[in-house]
Design a protein around this ligand. Structure first.
Ligand code: SAM
Ligand code: SF4
Length: 486
């Protein structure tokens, strides 16, 4: 049996494509090797969003070249966005590469491996999805689902439209069937992936048209899927129907990632984001009005060409005012084939670094303050495994997308209730509630005479027992009762 080794760079979309690559290779009879030197097939799923990703890849390819020098039979493959952005130049720059393919061409890798071709091949069409390929997931209970590929926006700094093409949505019935299969396989949490999830479905033929909010409702209706997440929405398309879905659908988690990019309206215009500071803040107000407790996270770029000190100060103001639960912060990096790369008014690197430090200080301070609202609360945690810092504790994630380290008992994939004792800007710490009892999730109990308290704990000292134990009860968004043992 031949072995492969796959290294993945970049975003969740790439992680998901890699799951499909692994599934496909395993269906061809390959097994995964722990190290590159033990593999007959050395693969890279690349990213090109920032320059740093290119530099890192060059180092890894150097090692692949050395290994191929020792054993010329080895096959070297380079997939993903960097490969797509370079196309045939991959072979000019790295002549030892045997096969190169873009994100829409993963299936062509199988074609190459099963053919007798001895010449290097490149596959760079935009042909669609990896959705029909077999998948090998990292965790049995969590899955990604790609709802669309590509992007029709033209953000001045971004390489994605040229590496992933125009937006194409997958029909809702195909996605529902995939989610049903995932649920049947034991998946409890799905993350819907797209470059702009809110514009999902607009490109579908009239008889198949489905909005993103409708898609959320369809996935929510599937038994067994307890949590739905998605990334990323674009603020220009963030409509109230989607925000209401968070309030009304039990599975849709209390977390929204709303990329800001910059706080200054002039910079946003130069970035071609198609919203200004006021419109962004209105979206935040609408979200907080409907979902007062929601976690808000964001992406911010510092040092876009021409960004002045006063304009950067506006980014700080927005970060201060919104109070994000966390933020991905990026230093602007000029990318091939983007209009921002042509702009000459570059911000000096030292200035970018210094602005980044100031931004991170605001983001972390506000995130720390926001985190404190969880202290003293009992939250539902999906157990992911052992704590990374203390092997005697467990690690999991809340519906608000906070990592929790806690003491107690729980298997990966189980929901447990955790009493939160302390919080930093990034993680919560606590103790599993009710010793060894898993949360009884979404169990239907007659709630006719219950007050409609949305998501608040109802004191249940004298409640009837479920499974012979007293329970505390929490009403879900739809007035169903979640019970937890006492
Ligand atoms: N489609 C998503 C959106 O619009 O929010 C995200 C796409 S991108 C994979 C993730 C983030 O990378 C962007 O939100 C942006 O903040 C950052 N990014 C993209 N291009 C960049 C560049 N040239 N320099 C620095 N950061 C960049
Ligand atoms: Fe890139 Fe903008 Fe599309 Fe996001 S919305 S993928 S930042 S072009």
């Amino acid at each position: 049996m031949k072995a492969y080794h796959l290294t993945t760079f970049g975003c969740q979309m790439n992680e998901h494509d890699s799951e499909r690559m692994k599934g496909m290779l395993e269906s061809l009879g390959y097994r995964e090797a722990a190290d590159r030197d033990q593999a007959e097939l050395i693969l890279f799923n690349t990213c090109s969003i920032r320059e740093k990703a290119d530099t890192r890849l060059a180092g890894h390819l150097g090692e692949a070249k050395r290994l191929k020098g020792e054993d010329p039979e080895k096959v070297i493959g380079v997939g993903g966005c960097w490969s797509q952005s370079m196309k045939e130049r991959v072979f000019e720059q790295f002549p030892f590469v045997d096969v190169a393919f873009g994100p829409g061409q993963v299936h062509r890798l199988a074609e190459f491996l099963t053919s007798d071709s001895l010449t290097a091949q490149g596959y760079f069409e935009f042909e669609g999805f990896t959705g029909h390929l077999p998948m090998r997931r990292a965790r049995d209970f969590q899955a990604w689902m790609q709802i669309s590929v590509g992007c029709n926006c033209r953000c001045a700094y971004c390489i994605v439209p040229s590496t992933r093409g125009r937006e194409v949505s997958r029909p809702a019935d195909e996605l529902v069937a995939e989610a049903q299969q995932l649920a049947a396989d034991g998946v409890r949490e799905v993350t819907l992936l797209g470059q702009n999830v809110n514009s999902y479905g607009r490109d579908l033929p009239r008889d198949l048209k489905t909005s993103f909010a409708e898609l959320l409702a369809m996935v929510d209706a599937i038994d067994g899927i307890d949590r739905i997440r998605y990334t990323s929405p674009h603020p220009k398309d963030m409509r109230e129907d989607v925000v209401r879905a968070h309030a009304e659908l039990d599975s849709v988690c209390e977390h929204i990632h709303l990329p800001l990019q910059a706080g200054s309206s002039r910079v946003l215009k130069a970035m071609r984001r198609t919203y200004d500071r006021g419109r962004y803040m209105n979206r935040v107000a609408m979200i907080r009005d409907v979902l007062p407790d929601v976690s808000l996270t964001t992406d911010i770029i510092v040092g876009f060409p021409g960004e002045t000190e006063a304009e950067f100060a506006e980014t700080l103001e927005v970060a201060e005012e919104v109070g994000y639960d966390s933020a991905f912060t990026f230093i602007f990096s000029p990318r091939r084939e983007t209009t921002a790369a042509e702009l000459c008014d570059a911000v000096p690197h030292e200035v970018k670094r210094e602005r980044m430090e100031r931004l991170v200080e605001v983001v972390q301070r506000r995130a720390y303050e926001r985190s404190q609202r969880f202290v003293g609360r009992t939250v539902e945690v999906l157990v992911e495994g052992q704590s990374r810092t203390d092997p005697d504790r467990l690690r999991g994630r809340t519906r608000h997308n906070k990592t929790v380290n806690f003491s107690g008992v729980g298997e990966p994939g189980e929901m447990v209730w955790v009493d939160i004792k302390s919080a930093t800007s990034t993680t919560l710490a606590g103790e599993a509630d009710a010793a060894d009892e898993p949360a009884v999730h979404g169990r239907l109990v007659d709630a006719a005479d219950e007050p409609a308290v949305h998501g608040r704990l109802v004191d249940a000292a004298d409640e009837p027992a479920v499974h012979g134990r007293l329970v505390e009860r929490q009403l879900t968004k739809r007035g169903r009762l979640r019970c937890r043992s006492r």
